[in-house]
Design a protein around this ligand. Structure first.
Ligand code: ZN
Length: 455
């Protein structure tokens, strides 16, 4: 069968993030089906192809990869009672609202969050759904991702220890551990695609040490390893999180993770703001990944994750925007900028360069999700890349270094996005869903959830 071919040409700068970190002026690339088959300059222009995309005046980068999100939270942004608290207090304001979520709300909020991510340069996203009230299922997110055309790592989150048993969430929001494990198995068997260029993988993701039991963490790890799927949770997010771990388990979060078998190349932990030196060494030694979420860490005043120290020690670090109720902007390229700036606030002006920050969101995130087929523009990689228009007011004057301009300045939304060989954004317009209708429906459901009296 003939696979459709696409030539991307004349990119003012093609940032490959390949093994040599090549940056090609007047760059070109050729896509066949869903993968990249050639990368170079003018020598590719004579290839006979089905479609050409002339990207003069644009910078092309690998599609950004979001390693941590809670897309349902797009329905509960900037909730007044949760605007100014730290993590535990913020959660307690939001749990009762999330208890009213419906399957339709999960579907529309996932699509809203994905549209926002895609327009900000993201082509692969992980989502961590950990509340399942009123018949909500992870299937609702999976269907939304398929419709919009985003590469997706769907995390089956869970909470099983409610307030009456010493956990943080209200009892009505937790599930039985048997039901969680049974549903995890169902999802893996129904959806998980382990193959190269996979558009959908399942990961198992108990929410956090303060909302599930030690037994569920262990059983989940056993189940994940039986099927070869990844494990994900929140870890060492702030001082209260550390205190809970010491009081309840008599260990630091890193020691607890090791004790549970929650370290290894198939595990990634969100935040790790308070990961200590021993924890950093443990993560480096075991290949355990970190999803760094700088905006959320600032928003909740959790602290500054020691990303520089993690990278120096050899820890795999990727970027995540985190849930839309603690960011509350879901901009992936914006997160790259914040990652660079926050390391500088914490550790000095040379703690992170623009190129290192962009690498976190591409190669770094790919490694965290345990993938070697995304995160770079190179032959044999998935055809996931985006283009930003350099002729924008907010980039004026930085044309000499288009890559740095994307990180230091405000590049706005992408002009083009290609995911799995398919042009999903063209001239700044999402091609796969009707965005105004998505926004209208999202706002109506958000209002129904948070302020029904206004409808
Ligand atoms: Zn989170």
């Amino acid at each position: 069968m003939h696979k459709k071919t696409l030539l991307v040409k004349n990119a003012e700068l093609l940032v490959t993030m390949d093994d040599e970190r090549r940056e090609i002026r007047k760059g070109s690339l050729i896509v066949e089906g869903n993968r990249i088959v050639a990368v170079g300059g003018r020598e590719l222009l004579s290839a006979g192809v089905d479609e050409e995309l002339d990207l003069r005046g644009h910078v092309v980068i690998p599609g950004l990869i979001n390693t941590h999100h809670h897309m349902f939270q797009s329905l509960t942004r900037a909730i007044p009672a949760a605007q100014d608290g730290e993590l535990f207090n913020w959660l307690q304001q939001l749990y009762p609202i999330w208890a009213r979520l419906t399957p339709e709300m999960i579907h529309i909020s996932t699509q809203t969050a994905m549209a926002e991510l895609m327009l900000s340069g993201c082509t692969t996203a992980s989502d961590h759904l950990y509340v399942y009230p009123n018949g909500c299922r992870l299937d609702d997110s999976i269907e939304a991702a398929r419709e919009i055309g985003m590469r997706f790592h769907a995390c089956r989150g869970s909470m099983s220890v409610g307030r009456s048993k010493g956990g943080l969430p209200p009892d009505e929001l937790v599930e039985s551990e048997n039901a969680i494990l049974e549903d995890s198995r169902r999802l893996i068997e129904s959806y998980h695609d382990a193959g190269r260029y996979s558009m959908l993988r399942i990961a198992l993701a108990p929410c956090s040490p303060f909302s599930v039991s030690r037994e569920l963490m262990q059983k989940t790890a056993r189940l994940a390893r039986q099927y070869g799927v990844s494990l994900h949770t929140h870890l060492a997010e702030n001082d209260n999180d550390i205190r809970y771990s010491q009081e309840r388990f008599g260990m630091t979060p890193a020691q607890y993770a090791e004790d549970l078998g929650w370290v290894g190349a198939d595990v990634w932990h969100a935040h790790c703001v308070k990961l200590d030196e021993a924890g950093i060494a443990l993560f480096a030694r075991t290949g355990t990944g970190v999803a760094h979420c700088p905006c959320s860490n600032m928003r909740l005043a959790s602290g500054i994750a020691p990303v520089r120290a993690m990278l120096d020690a050899g820890v795999k670090v990727g970027l995540g925007v985190d849930g839309s109720a603690s960011n509350d902007a879901g901009s992936m390229i914006g997160e790259v900028r914040q990652a660079m700036l926050l390391q500088r606030v914490g550790f000095g002006p040379d703690a992170m360069t623009a190129r290192q920050a962009l690498e976190l969101a591409t190669r770094g995130s790919a490694a965290v999700l345990n993938r070697d087929d995304i995160g770079a523009i190179a032959p044999g990689m998935a055809a996931d890349f985006v283009a930003f228009d350099l002729n924008r007011l907010s980039l004026a004057g930085a044309r000499h270094d288009p890559l740095a301009a994307l990180v230091f300045c405000n590049p706005g939304e992408v002009a083009y996005s290609v995911i799995n060989g398919r042009v999903v954004i063209r001239n700044g317009e999402i091609q796969t869903v009707r965005l105004p209708e998505v926004i209208e429906k999202h706002n109506r459901l958000a209002c129904l959830l948070t302020h029904p009296e206004l409808l």
